[in-house]
Design a protein around this ligand. Sequence first.
Ligand SMILES: Cc1cc2nc3c(=O)[nH]c(=O)nc-3n(C[C@H](O)[C@H](O)[C@H](O)COP(=O)(O)OP(=O)(O)OC[C@H]3O[C@@H](n4cnc5c(N)ncnc54)[C@H](O)[C@@H]3O)c2cc1C
Length: 401
Amino acid sequence: MSSPPQAPPGGLVELTGEQQAIVETVRHFVDRDVVPVADELEHRDEFPEAIVEQMKEMGLFGLTVPEEYGGAGLDLMTYALVGVELSRAWMSLSGIMNTHFMAVHLLKKYGTEEQKRRWLPAMATGELRAALSMSEPGAGSDVQAIQCRASRDGDHYVVTGTKMWVTNGLRAGLVVLLCKTDPTAQPPHRGMTVLYVEKEPEARRFEGITIPPNIQKMGYHGVETTELVFADHRVPAANRLGEEGDGFRQIMDGIEVGRVNVSARAVGLATRAFEEAIRYAQQRYAFGKPIAQHQMIQEKLADMATKLEAARLMMLQAAKKKSAGARSDLEAGMAKYFCTEACHEIVTEALRVHGGYGYSTEYPIERLYRDAPFLLIGEGTSEIQKLVIARQLLERYRSES
Ligand SMILES: Cc1cc2nc3c(=O)[nH]c(=O)nc-3n(C[C@H](O)[C@H](O)[C@H](O)COP(=O)(O)OP(=O)(O)OC[C@H]3O[C@@H](n4cnc5c(N)ncnc54)[C@H](O)[C@@H]3O)c2cc1C
């Protein structure tokens, strides 16, 4: 695959030499080892064991883990750039990393020294990988409606409830679990707490945890999405993040990291769709000339590239702000909303450029087309992003008036 039209991040966000070197390394790796096999693995819905081993060896799981705990100590911006490159090859690779990085972020920010020493070194190597579980069968957008209950019993919590849509739910050895420690609290978010639940990776049954067969999806294959059923599962109180009642605020902070990641995934996926479309348009002939010479195809390419560039800049701005430690729900929400909607439109146009061949499993655009809709939903739907954006705007303008 030829190299992507890499957007100079313009004057808005300058990449450091180290970031550029990491991007080049990851791009080389995916072009050599992922692009040639991604379609086949995806169609077989096969977990990319060998690729993940390489990602571990490259230190990708420890990118944002501080050096004192064995990681590279890099920032969220670098992680986002890596997410773009991975998703350009296969979005599921970025999904394998996303919940892990949210867990690292929360541990760095809210964990005790003992918790950091216990988990971060193994997370840095990727030997220990993390999932993040808040959604339930009856509660997705409405996070405060979760029912999963953790009751205190001496120096443990006893957890009961069913979690839904847990990305990496089977292979994770650590689950960042949002549950209710006080179901009577008003407003409900005051009764929500995060526990770091340790479990046996790949075990369908572990103590009080059962993992039913993986949820079957239209795309986003290779990475598993599962339910987690807790029945009187005991978690040491020492695994609680911060204090009881802090959980909702912590998870919302972690979700901003997730929203930057999803924006980066959207940019990577859309970059690939654009590359596939512009190449195909120059090879496919209709009415005696390459379709790229027909103005309506040129219009599509121009629209796709313009939306892609705008998405890339928004993603970089949101990553920069979150990297600096600032509250960034407005920027992360806008980036998530814009980048994922733009990605969906770009992928759809890229499929049209391919004509009937776009519908065939022989071309990667078919896979990209099935992957893109998930980005509109994960880490909060577009509708929810718009509510977050509007709430922030109203707060901002009220305080300035
Ligand atoms: C493949 C996959 C992987 C996932 N991985 C994870 C994971 O690792 N961890 C995790 O915790 N969750 C995960 N999720 C869950 C995901 O975060 C939720 O699906 C998402 O937040 C939406 O929740 P829901 O599906 O319950 O939809 P609902 O909340 O039921 O929403 C249904 C529709 O109603 C709209 N809606 C809801 N409320 C409003 C409102 N107030 N105003 C306007 N419209 C509204 C929504 O936008 C949507 O269009 C995953 C989901 C998928 C599909």
